[in-house]
Design a protein around this ligand. Structure first.
Ligand SMILES: Nc1ncnc2c1ncn2[C@@H]1O[C@H](COP(=O)(O)OP(=O)(O)O)[C@@H](O)[C@H]1O
Length: 191
């Protein structure tokens, strides 16, 4: 089995691209944001714990997120591998992921970043908020806070993975299919 991490700022298009890539490479797509939203909607214990943080545009604490991810992986060992979207978002999560993949004998292929400019992304998210029903997409202050969190906690992962020769970035601006094409090219050279 293999694992690929899709990396990028909020709104960069990770979820959209994951829909295509999971089919093409027969991967289980795990979006931590989607799993949290599912739990919020169903008012589970996990949902209750996560809500306070998500509502402020903050990251959910590592321990909660890592446990949740490990469960998702354990329950989905039936495809060719995993496409992670929105995880890891901190160095601690990256370390936990490495350990988990090793334990399960899953080959970590790469982290692929989808690059895009902040101002383009904030307006994309506000647009998405009109129809997505996501409360964290409708308030510019919450959105801006997600970028502050990203810059502080998540951006350092780029250097972390570059040092391990596990980071490649593609240009995220362009038509959806163009970006898919760029991502596929990278994946094809790595697997
Ligand atoms: N790996 C993670 N660690 C901590 N919190 C997370 C993680 N993934 C998602 N979340 C929480 O869920 C929210 C929504 O995540 P996501 O749908 O990936 O949003 P975005 O569109 O901002 O990338 C985040 O703002 C954060 O509060």
């Amino acid at each position: 089995m293999i694992a690929i991490v899709l990396f990028g700022k909020p709104g960069a298009g990770k979820g959209t691209q994951a829909q295509f890539l999971k089919e093409k490479y027969n991967l289980t797509h795990i979006s931590t944001g989607d799993v949290f939203r599912f739990n919020l909607k169903n008012d589970t214990e996990l949902g209750k714990q996560a809500k306070v943080f998500i509502d402020k545009g903050e990251l959910v604490p590592d321990e909660i997120t890592i446990n949740m991810l490990a469960n998702e992986v354990a329950n989905n060992m039936d495809k060719a591998g995993f496409l992670f979207d929105g995880f890891p978002r901190t160095i601690k999560q990256a370390e936990a992921l490495e350990e988990l993949l090793q334990e399960k004998n899953i080959k970590f292929v790469a982290t692929i970043g989808i690059d895009a400019d902040d101002e383009v992304l904030v307006s994309r998210i506000l647009e998405r908020g009109k129809t997505s029903g996501r409360s964290d997409d409708q308030d510019e202050n919450k959105i801006r806070n997600r970028y502050i969190e990203y810059n502080e906690k998540t951006a350092p992962l780029i250097k972390y993975y570059e040092e391990k020769s596990k980071y490649t970035a593609v240009d995220g601006i362009g038509a959806i299919e163009e970006v898919t094409e760029r991502l596929s090219k990278v994946i094809d050279t790595l697997i």
